[in-house]
Design a protein around this ligand. Structure first.
Ligand code: ZN
Length: 288
């Protein structure tokens, strides 16, 4: 079995009328005002999963700035996961700055079958990890036993739209404050795994996991072996960032196959590969 732990979907309303949302959300506008920025339907995701032999996807919406838009999109994601019970499991998005309304929505989503929250984006949604809005949400996540998936990115390297400024130190401060919080840091944690070589960081980061979303656009394939050596393969979740085009030089349409082929060839043992492709996502999102 293969689980893709990081995909994005938008409701048919967003697909039909993108401008209705770009005018309400400056972060969405920044990344999606270009009609070439891809938005996939659930049918397209399932077709790509079928073609690549992916059994299940964990679906995130978008890190909307407005909590009411979050609620509207969460409603649709709850429904689409119910329609595809064996194929899709969904994460909710909330706006941490919305305070009690965000906590209420988070609770409603988990009670409606969603398996966590994400992909939250501190830069895109304008929140800080050390402010009450986010900290209260993180406390609710612990109480609800629901992981948070957080966008992180490398502080160095090439620029691209959506590359944010969230400092790795803020993540370390967060896990020191709330060590029980189960956190999935997207895009390899923006380099955070390296610091798990420091004993105190490793000890504080027991409940941090890393997904591989967009990896081919960011890192050489050796990152798989390198991070597995540092933190252990049990902390790595395969995620694609579908419908992102991962190999723009040779891909026109989203396709999960080339990345999966790459992952199978990065030098992980069969046991490690099984953890990365399936077991870790099952455990992190299921068994808490
Ligand atoms: Zn991301």
């Amino acid at each position: 079995m293969i689980i893709d732990a990081h995909t994005h979907l938008f409701s048919p309303e967003v697909i039909a009328d993108r401008t209705r949302y770009t005018t309400r959300d400056s972060f969405f506008d920044f990344l999606y005002r270009n009609p070439k920025a891809r938005i996939a339907s659930a049918a397209e995701l399932i077709a790509a999963m079928d073609a690549a032999g992916v059994d299940q996807s964990i679906v995130a919406g978008w890190a909307w700035q407005n909590n009411d838009v979050c609620i509207e999109q969460n409603d649709w994601l709850i429904e689409i996961a119910r329609q595809h019970p064996n194929r899709l499991r969904a994460l909710c998005t909330v706006q941490p700055n919305a305070g009690d309304a965000a906590i209420r929505e988070f609770r409603r989503c988990i009670e409606s079958g969603m398996i966590g929250a994400g992909e939250l984006n501190a830069d895109g949604q304008n929140f800080r990890l050390d402010e009450p809005g986010f900290l209260n949400l993180a406390r609710a996540a612990i109480e609800l036993r629901a992981p948070l998936m957080l966008h992180t990115n490398e502080p160095v390297g090439h620029a691209y739209p959506g590359k944010g400024q969230l400092p790795l130190a803020a993540i370390y401060a967060l896990v020191k404050t709330l060590p029980e919080l189960r956190l999935v840091l997207a895009h390899w944690g923006g380099g955070y795994p390296f610091y798990e070589l420091m004993p105190e960081v490793r000890a504080a980061s027991k409940n941090i996991f890393y997904d591989t979303a967009a990896s081919p656009l960011l890192y050489a394939p050796e990152i798989f072996r390198a991070v597995a050596n540092i933190v252990g393969a049990e902390k790595i979740l395969f995620g694609s960032d579908f419908p992102l085009i991962l190999y723009p030089k040779r891909q026109k349409e989203p396709d999960l196959r080339p990345f999966l082929d790459q992952v199978r060839a990065v030098g992980l043992s069969a046991e490690e590969l099984a953890m990365v492709l399936e077991g870790n996502a099952e455990r992190v999102f299921g068994d808490w």
